[in-house]
Design a protein around this ligand. Structure first.
Ligand code: G6P
Length: 367
């Protein structure tokens, strides 16, 4: 039953479409709508005592960690460091008292992440884990389990686990902010309201599937694709590039919008699609000027933004994909959808094995 694709052609497509439901399910276990509060499971330590956070993960989960760094530092003013699990273990990281070690993993079995978790525990850190498989080794070994309720994820390229991890990361950031005395009741109420809007905003994003499918043939012929984003949309650009690489085998890179001029702009000509992930907001103009530098060199831009952003910068693009206007905190959850759909349709157009891409494993249990 659980292994059934239903009406979908691939598990990945099914899992992309499940997101409004599983993200709502995940959020339900963290939101207290009556109190208008965000809550975490009971824990044996005091979040107020956390002075630093060290995040460790691999692959798609690593990008959740990067977004978490933006959120936790902004909301709670607690410094966050983040490492690939495979790097963390061998760089002899500096552990400080009152550091929380946080692992993020869909499977809870990735060898590098598990070893990093054990290393943190042996070094005396209190640990937490954002984990999808509740019976996994990591779920059993962390001090504080922060479950995602994405259900079984079959497609090798992670989609619904990613957005559920983001939902839990947001809950953690808010709780840390409250514990640190950085969040007023009113601000928290506001955040709860925005988080509750996520499933509907994701459904709206899914409503653009046919448009995204129509763009896919133009991307599928490219040799290289660049993704640009700024702030929390920078990790989204990295995730977009990873998704495309994983399932369509097209070389793709994600870049922070402002960094493009320091290297990747050299790659740009009229054969390079540029996917710009940019909700409107205070830094939108800067991203637009980065985008225009690329357009002046012939880049074929796909702009993913909201109505306001598209009205301002949608000209001279090969396509625009309009997202609902959302609060910046929830934008990565919503913008994940078109990014996943684009990779999916490009791969389907190219005829690759979407659910079982070559050389990749769902869970990497060797170093
Ligand atoms: C593999 C999968 C990725 C996943 C990564 C981390 O590389 O192909 O989709 O993001 O492992 O897996 P985890 O289970 O730890 O989240």
């Amino acid at each position: 039953q659980l292994m059934d694709k239903g009406n979908h052609r691939h598990f990945m497509q099914k899992e992309i479409y499940e997101q409004p439901v599983v993200v709502a399910q995940t959020l339900r276990s963290y939101l207290r709508p009556l109190e208008e509060q965000v809550a975490l499971p009971d824990m044996e330590f005091d979040l107020a005592g956390v002075e630093r956070v060290a995040i460790v993960a691999c692959g798609t989960a690593y990008y959740v960690g990067m977004i978490g760094k933006y959120w936790i530092e902004q909301l709670a003013r607690v410094p966050v460091e983040i490492d690939f699990a495979s790097e963390f273990r061998y760089r002899d990281p500096v552990f400080t008292p009152s550091m929380l070690g946080l692992v993020i993993s869909q499977s809870g079995e990735t060898a590098d992440t598990l070893a990093a978790l054990r290393h943190m525990k042996e070094s005396g850190l209190t640990t937490g884990g954002i984990i999808n498989v509740p019976t996994s080794s990591m779920a059993r070994e962390v001090d504080l389990l922060l479950p995602t309720h994405a259900g079984p994820e079959i497609g090798v390229a992670s989609t619904k686990a990613f957005t559920c991890q983001l939902a839990v990361m947001a809950a953690l950031a808010v709780n840390l902010a409250r514990a640190k005395g950085r969040l007023s009741r009113e601000d928290e109420r506001d955040i709860v309201r925005h988080l509750r809007e996520v499933p509907e905003a994701m459904s709206k994003a899914l409503g653009h599937d046919a448009e995204i499918e129509a763009i896919a043939p133009k991307i599928a012929v490219a040799r290289d694709v660049l993704y640009l984003g700024r702030g929390p949309e920078y990790p989204m650009a990295l995730e977009g590039a990873l998704k495309l690489k994983e399932i369509s085998y097209i070389h793709a890179e994600g870049y922070a919008s402002g960094e493009m001029k320091h290297g990747p702009i050299a790659l740009i000509d009229d054969s390079v699609p540029l996917i710009v992930i940019a909700p409107s907001g205070p830094l939108f103009d800067k991203t637009v000027s980065n985008m225009q530098e690329a357009q002046a060199r012939g880049a074929q831009v796909v702009l993913i933004s909201d109505a306001e952003g598209i009205a301002q910068a949608g000209e001279n693009t090969i396509a625009t994909i309009e997202m609902p206007k959302v609060h910046p905190l929830i934008a990565p959850l919503v913008y994940a959808v078109p990014v996943q759909l684009l990779a999916y349709h490009v791969a389907v157009f190219k005829g690759t094995d979407v659910d079982q891409p070559r050389n990749l494993a769902k869970s990497v249990t060797v170093e």
